[in-house]
Design a protein around this ligand. Sequence first.
Ligand SMILES: Nc1ncnc2c1ncn2[C@@H]1O[C@H](COP(=O)(O)OP(=O)(O)OP(=O)(O)O)[C@@H](O)[C@H]1O
Ligand SMILES: [Mg+2]
Length: 311
Amino acid sequence: MLAPPAVQISDLVMRYGGTTAVAGLSLQAEAGTVTAVLGPNGAGKTTTIETCVGLRRAQGGTVRVLGQDPSGRRERAALLPRIGMMPQDVGGHPGARPLELLKHAAALYAHPHQPERLAELVGLTGRTLRTPYRRLSGGERRRLGLALAVIGRPELVFLDEPTAGLDPHGRHAIWELITELRSLGGTVVLSTHLMDEVERLADHVVIINHGRVVVAGSPAVLASRGAERAMSFTGPAGLELGSLRTAIPELVSVEEPVPGRYWVNGELTPRLLATVTAWCASNGVLPESLALHRRSLEDVFIELTGQDPRP
Ligand SMILES: Nc1ncnc2c1ncn2[C@@H]1O[C@H](COP(=O)(O)OP(=O)(O)OP(=O)(O)O)[C@@H](O)[C@H]1O
Ligand SMILES: [Mg+2]
């Protein structure tokens, strides 16, 4: 029997006064997978995550987390020990120190991680562990936020932009931790603006815009949507392209936008590559460079949302 989804959101509607933040959003996160929610600023990611952990009550539609309604009082009490959350703004008492906070949090759970070991895993060590929250750097606060989210060994964690503002080292440490969580059977739902994060971590990506899902699928499938690709080569300027145009399929175009740079636009197939190189050979053209250009997830995102993913 198929396991029920860890998160099931159907037609969620959320408003702040006159602003509709979430406008009929439906998404599903399967148990044991990493789901990435991608969307421009203000798309409704944080609002959706906050609703999943019971910080806000759904105003329309339904939200089920591990089969429970997170805003139901009794259900929420049963649910909280099983889930974790890393908020976008981690926040913390200005005087509280990371190790103290982790120990306090650990005491709330039946089988928590050992605080010192977890702190080391997220890269909080030495003096940092005893530094008051107000003096932690942005990156250190995020590392602490992640540690607090997972200290109780939750089955499911929601991470709201877990690597925002982290240096490359910190980002890799957190990616490793997320990968480990999944390999232990955990479920992760994260929001992000980083395409490499999605490509590296996510099994499933949901792109949202204006509070609605625009498209969902695996990162590889989304990136190949429409199979739009291109090929380019450089060579002598002003080549006579007529015979190449007749050799390639009708929907493929060839241009020389800059002297000596040639672009072949259309669906890339092995046959098209062979046609272009055969044409080069029969015209005595040895390209200085030849490249195949694939559409990235970022191209798909910009096309679907009309916005750059980076804030
Ligand atoms: N507390 C609030 N009061 C009023 N409006 C809010 C509040 N929180 C969010 N909004 C509005 O709701 C919309 C969705 O916000 P949300 O924080 O969910 O977006 P997001 O996708 O997380 O964006 P970001 O990528 O910037 O974190 C935005 O238009 C935002 O201005
Ligand atoms: Mg947000």
